[in-house]
Design a protein around this ligand. Structure first.
Ligand SMILES: Nc1ncnc2c1ncn2[C@@H]1O[C@H](COP(=O)(O)OP(=O)(O)O)[C@@H](O)[C@H]1O
Ligand SMILES: [Mg+2]
Length: 261
């Protein structure tokens, strides 16, 4: 680990009923970079996110965020420390508006606390107005400003994925993990997300992306890690990874470097 590393894992492992989904994976994410994690289906990519964010308890290894060990922390505590994620399978609150969905993510930033909320104090009302303002900014940032008062269940698939990103950003994270952000999107939507990710990084947020879309991965990643059967098989710059024989072999065995949509 060096001073510029913001998120690192040391020999991280996850076992499910004897099957090693993650077998001693050591990754270093540098402050301010856009890092991609690729690999065939079942390689352990989502398991990696789950183990890093405390959704799964690792069976071995350690996780550090800004030098602090977070291995045994739960998802809420990890999120409070600045590590936010979006999910491969979306979970917005369908019967809440977009604005309300994002406000749920803002809750940890409410300074006035529970007592003030119950008493509806002036401090609570000031705080609430500020949180709503920030939630509107975030919806605008992901292109959903016009739809803020609609129910989440009325969104298209692509819009739900944008809402998911706004909700993760509502935590004001230092590191954002995105699990297949453009899966199922058309090329126009994919282009929008590529720009969005670059704008997120411009705000000083480090971004780690799991993605199959090779146009996106090769187009925006500073570096790429490749997982196969729970193990790290390659790391490097996009052009290095694309030409790596082990990577080509892994994809030929389980799919292709540019899967069809
Ligand atoms: N909750 C779970 N219970 C049992 N097996 C799991 C669980 N989550 C993932 N796995 C297994 O771990 C392996 C890696 O899965 P996953 O991390 O979802 O891969 P990827 O995201 O790279 O497609 C797969 O064999 C998968 O079936
Ligand atoms: Mg996955």
């Amino acid at each position: 680990m060096t001073a510029s590393d913001i998120l690192t894992t040391d020999s991280l492992s996850v076992t499910f009923g004897g099957v090693k989904a993650l077998a001693g994976v050591s990754i270093s994410v540098r402050q301010g970079e856009i890092l991609s994690i690729i690999g065939p289906n079942g390689a352990g990519k989502t398991t990696f996110f789950n183990a890093v964010t405390g959704a799964y308890a690792p069976t071995g290894g350690r996780v550090f965020l800004s030098g602090r060990e977070i291995t045994d922390m739960g998802p809420d505590q990890v999120a409070r420390l600045g590590l936010a994620r979006s999910f491969q399978n979306l979970k917005p609150f369908a019967e809440m508006t977009l604005l309300e969905n994002v406000l749920v993510g803002r809750e940890i930033h409410m300074a006035s606390g529970m007592l003030a909320a119950i008493l509806r104090s002036p401090a609570f009302h000031r705080d609430e107005a500020a949180q709503k303002q920030r939630a509107r900014e975030l919806l605008s940032f992901v292109g959903l400003e016009q739809r803020r008062d609609q129910l989440a269940r009325n969104l298209t698939y692509g819009e739900r994925k944008m809402l998911e990103i706004a909700r993760a950003l509502a935590l004001e994270p230092s590191v954002l993990l995105l699990d297949e952000p453009v899966a199922g999107m058309n090329p126009t939507e994919t282009g929008f997300v590529m720009e969005l990710v670059q704008n997120i990084r411009r705000q000083g947020i480090t971004v780690v992306i799991i993605e199959h879309d090779m146009k996106m991965v090769m187009g925006i990643s500073d570096r790429i890690y490749v997982l196969d059967h729970g193990e790290l098989i390659a790391e490097g710059l996009p052009h290095e990874v694309r030409a790596n024989p082990a990577v080509i072999e892994a994809y030929l065995g389980g799919g292709t470097l540019a899967p069809a949509h």
